[in-house]
Design a protein around this ligand. Structure first.
Ligand code: CA
Length: 408
């Protein structure tokens, strides 16, 4: 036998570690139902006055400044032809922003708003806003919102009205508003043919007879395009365009191809960006690259066999939100990049940020940059302004719209 003192002590250490392993191998966390309670130690951090300066990966320095302040939980923004910004919020308000000054716009519909965003059992009042492609001629503004109906029910609704400069005139619903199976997150986007796409959350993403977990497709007046893939199919809604989605928080049209790009939140991981094709099944809840909130993988294999695969995915989740392609020469090293807002990373509140994704001509990912992490804000929407700068809405109680510009 050749037990040296060193080997003996190593054996003792090994035995001790083995005995202690079950107690040290994992951390117990508190659950509500089957969802772990999120740790809030770095959440709700106040944003300072700015501006902030950053170096970025492509060698382009940026300045980030506050373009608008004092919006409670902004959800989405868009720009009017005159350069003013319109911002909708969780409490169901529409603001115009001109030179940093907020004006609340009247004539918008009542909505349902409660709960803490990011936690179970919530309702967002206003979800998205879009201008009609012929806005300069018809002044039509579209709002996606959670509408109260019946005694105590709520439903996603899409409505439109005319912009007067200080109000929305003659607002009326053109779609939804009476279907309790469709509520929660949603986005809308006009395509180049002036029809409207609606990305929804909700129950039964595999059921073609319901509106939840789908991308839906309507004309600008709410009627159904006859070319939709399931028109005439038994037990299918004629407005369904694609299905098998979870919770869509981003929808945009590719500036060159006109293709519809959608993103959706997985549970704990499995966030996806998808290119939407008519009639296709995107897999939820059968296939996912994420985990159930309680720990197990959502599906048996890490693939989308038999279903449309995502173009980009995240595990752990970043809670993907608003999404846009950047097309301007103002920040040339970012031109062609895809920008995505993040509400929180790895199930930890206070870790929202902005991501920049570089794709090749086949839409295969080449690189991914994480931006504005140290701001600790929920970055709900990102859009390009008419000035070529990027604008980011932070969904916080003291929400702001940030402007990203080249460093000066
Ligand atoms: Ca999928």
């Amino acid at each position: 036998m050749n037990f040296t003192p060193f080997r003996l002590s190593a054996l003792v250490l090994l035995a001790t570690s083995s005995l202690a392993l079950p107690a040290l191998a994992q951390q117990q966390v508190e659950f509500r139902g089957n969802i772990p309670l999120a740790p809030t130690g770095i959440a709700n951090q106040q944003l300072g006055a700015g501006p902030w300066h950053y170096s970025t990966a492509e060698g382009m320095d940026i300045t980030v400044e506050v373009a608008a302040r004092g919006i409670e939980y902004p959800m989405a923004l868009t720009f009017l032809p005159d350069g003013d910004m319109l911002v909708v919020s969780r409490p169901g308000k529409l603001h115009r922003v001109r030179d940093g000054v907020l004006t609340e716009i009247t004539g918008t519909p009542p909505s349902v708003y409660f709960g803490v965003s990011g936690e179970p059992a919530v309702s967002h009042g206003y979800l998205d806003i879009a201008l009609h492609p012929d806005f300069a001629g018809n002044q039509l503004v579209y709002i996606a919102y959670t509408k109260p109906f019946g005694t105590d029910q709520r439903s996603l609704a899409i409505g439109r009205g005319r912009w007067t400069g200080t109000s929305i005139e003659g607002f009326e619903d053109i779609w939804g508003g009476n279907d309790p199976t469709v509520s929660g997150a949603a986005r809308i986007a006009f395509s180049n043919d002036k029809t409207l796409y609606i990305a929804t959350a909700g129950r039964d993403p595999q059921d073609l007879g319901t509106g939840g977990g789908k991308v839906l497709h309507i004309n600008d007046d709410g009627t159904i395009p006859r070319t939709n893939p399931f028109v005439g199919t038994a037990n299918a809604r004629p407005d369904v365009y694609s299905f098998g989605h979870r919770s869509s928080l981003g929808l945009t049209v590719h500036p060159a191809t006109g293709a519809l790009w959608q993103n959706e939140n997985g549970p704990n991981g499995g966030d996806e960006i998808n290119i939407i094709e008519a009639g296709k099944n995107y897999g939820w809840p059968m296939v996912s690259l994420g985990r159930d909130y309680s720990g197990p993988w959502q599906s048996d294999g890490p693939n989308h066999l038999g279903y449309q695969p995502p173009v980009v995915y995240w595990t752990p989740a970043i809670a993907v939100s608003g999404m846009t392609f950047y097309t301007s020469d103002v920040m040339p090293k970012w031109k062609g990049g895809l920008f995505v807002g993040s509400l929180r990373t790895g199930e930890i509140p206070g870790t929202g940020h902005l991501e920049r994704i570089v794709l090749n001509e086949k839409y295969e990912e080449l690189r991914r940059e994480t931006l504005l992490v140290d701001m600790h804000q929920r970055m709900r929407d990102v859009r390009q302004g008419p000035d070529g700068f990027l604008y980011v809405a932070t969904e916080e109680r003291d929400g702001v719209v940030l402007r990203i510009r080249p460093a000066q």
